[in-house]
Structures are given as C-alpha cells and as structure tokens.
Write a protein that binds this ligand. Sequence first.
Ligand SMILES: Nc1ncnc2c1ncn2[C@@H]1O[C@H](COP(=O)(O)OP(=O)(O)OP(=O)(O)O)[C@@H](O)[C@H]1O
Ligand SMILES: [Zn+2]
Length: 418
Amino acid sequence: MQSEFFSCSQSSEQFLPTLDVLSELSADHVERYSRQMITADGFGVGGQKKLLSSAVLVIGAGGIGSTAIPYLAAAGVGRIGIVDFDTVDISNLHRQVIHKTADIGMNKAVSACHAVRSLNPMCEVYSYETDLNHGNALPLVQNFDCVVDCSDNPKTRYLVNDACVLAEKPLISASAIGTEGQVTVYNFQGAPCYRCLYPTPNAAGGCRTCVDAGVLGPVPGLVGILQATETLKVLTGSGTTMKGHLLMYNAMDCSFLKIVKPPKQTKCRVCGPDATILSMEASNASLLHAQGPMQTIDRPSLPSESNISCIEYSRVREDKVPHILVDVRTKLQFEMCALEEAVHIPLSSLSQQLDQIEKLSGGTKPVYCICRRGVDSVEATRILDAAKLSHPNIHSAKNVAGGLVSWRKEVDTSFPKY
Ligand SMILES: Nc1ncnc2c1ncn2[C@@H]1O[C@H](COP(=O)(O)OP(=O)(O)OP(=O)(O)O)[C@@H](O)[C@H]1O
Ligand SMILES: [Zn+2]
C-alpha cells in the first residue's frame, strides 16, 4: 500500500481528527510488522492494530528524540507529532543521529519528519516548528494519545507534565546527561506525575545541560530506545511499564538500576484532589516564581577596568606585551582546545595555586583570566584581585570578556566552537 500520508509543518493550534480504529491489517501491515507481532510475549495483532490507530506527540528531536522517534515510527505508530524550535547544529550530530550533515541549519522537527517519512511512509507525521509553551501545550497534547518528553530543561518538563495531567494523557519521560540516563512513565494508571515527585520547580534534578556537562553520544540514544519501548507498552497495554519506577542507566559501569518512586501525592498541585494548577496559565505562573535553575543565570559582573575585550587582548598578544593568560576551564576542556600561550589553572584549584601565579606574574606581568564564556573567569579575576593583599607580586588581574566563545566570534573564527 502506497501511503497517502504526508509530512507537513503544522500549526500547534490546529485540531487533528482522531485516527480511525483499525479493524483489519492490510497485507502491507503484515509484511512490515510481522516480526514484532509474532513475538510470543509481545503485543500481537491486537497490539499492532492499537499502535496503527495511536497518535504520539514527541517534545524535542535532540539526542533522545533521535532514537525514540524512529523506533516509534518503525513500529507502526499511526501518527507522530514532533515539536522542536531549534535547528540542527554540527555539534548535535555526534548523538542526534536522526539528522544528517546535510540537515545542518534545518529545523529539527522538520528534519526528523523527513527521516520518519523515508523510514516508514505509512506513518502520518507532523512537524511543529515552535517551542512547547504554556500557550500551545494543551491544544497540542489534546490531539495525541500520549506524550514522549525528549526535552532537556526543567521548565519544559513542568509544562509537559501539567499539560498531560490536564489533558489526562500518559507521559513517557527520559533524560540523559554526561554518561547517565533515566526513563520513567508518569500520569498513567494511577502513577504519580512529575510534580508529585518534584513539587518545587527549583528542586528538580537535571538542571545541568549538555552544553556544560557534555553527553556521551550513545547514552541518550539508548535512553530514547527504552523510552520508545515504554511508549509501545503504554499504547498497547502490554507488559509492565516503568510507571511508579525510575530506570537509571550508568554507561561507565554498564549498570541499570530500577528504583521505586514515591506514590502519587495527595498534596500535588496539579494532580492532587485539591489541585490549584487547573490551567496552563496557572502552570506557567507557578514556574515564573521559581528560583534557581528555572531562572536565567545572572552573569556576574566586574567594574569595566577589570575587563579586557577579546579584541584588546588580541592586540596585547600581537604587540607581544609581557603578560600571563590563565585558562580556568576544566582539564578536559583545556585539552580539547586552548590558546597556545595559556597556562592551565582550573577555577576549582585557583585559590591553592596563588603562589604559582605570583611567581609567573613576578610583580610585572598582568594576569588575564579566560574561560569558555566569561563567567568562571570573572570569578577567577575576583579571586586574584582579593589575593593581592597576601600575594603582592600578582601585578593585576583582568577578565577576558566573553571568553573563548567571544574570541571565536570577534578574533579568530577558526578557533573551535563547542
Ligand atoms: N520547550 C521546548 N519545546 C520544543 N523543543 C524543546 C523544548 N525544550 C527543549 N527542546 C528541544 O529538545 C531537544 C533536547 O535535545 P538535546 O539536549 O539533545 O539537544 P540540544 O539542546 O540541541 O543539545 P546541546 O545542549 O548539545 O545544544 C533540543 O532539540 C531542544 O531544542
Ligand atoms: Zn502529581
């Protein structure tokens, strides 16, 4: 059977008609899905029909979505909606394997749609080139049978959760950072929701991002596959899902740990009997008052005379003015790329290495501090400034504003971007 389905960019407000419940499998269905239908303890013909009549909304076509999406499409989920506002970047490709090098610059939801189409043209797939926000979350979620959260930030996790509770949809959630990943199922058959477990937005885990902490490529991939498996079980009603449990994976010792999570909380603000979050506006308001990782981090600042711009620092270099450049990033980042004259002293051990800096400066050479984006180097400059009382031979300390990210933009475009 040739598909009449098409992928298209969809407005998040647009209503999608419910998929027809499939009464009979076609010959194409049997050929394509036979291997999974005949699995002895799988979901059989009945389960396959349910999948073909099901609609799944995926939030995020990044590292986790990259495997969750194709496995859902390949298994025969009838309709998939993909939400992502971001575009494919070269730094995504080591793990976001649904996208190709030729897709760089393309919206990720659109690129993922193309991949789904070529994998399984029988799957009806829609791209939503937008962020999921409190304005569009509920109408979007209402169009689907369940939601697969492959996003990477706490604010989106709360929005997705609250929309799922309000729309009474199961939520299959996964996360990955560094060398670890997690999967669970919320709001399904009496299981707790995300807010039951993390009632206070600023207390939520997962506030580190891949940009800062890095991520081992296959980890989100594996987690996305586990998440797709849980989704198939939720949709077909087969097996025992991860509801009420959390599966934790550690790539470095190859361990899986399945832990029991606390039950649904009667005090939960969105799913409890006395819930106060009864709309997405209320959900959003609850996040606006949150502290810590939910808020944009304020950049620490220094008086202007304690900063040097990248352009100015490049002149210091060109003119061979004697100086010391201290790179305060972590060892791993320094080994990856650095300015050749830089001395590596990580911020974490700077206070213990003041004698060495004093020796290098020798009372004559100014010390410039640099890091990735000019946040840690501000802190380093403060530490060195304060140390001048006990270490008078530290000549002076300045922060290279904007760090190596600005260096690449303003001075040397060949410096690696990461
Ligand atoms: N509110 C949201 N609505 C839609 N998509 C979202 C939302 N929040 C996050 N995402 C998407 O979820 C995906 C998360 O995947 P991942 O963290 O692997 O990607 P990334 O953000 O591109 O990675 P990196 O941190 O390396 O830049 C991203 O593509 C991101 O754009
Ligand atoms: Zn709850």
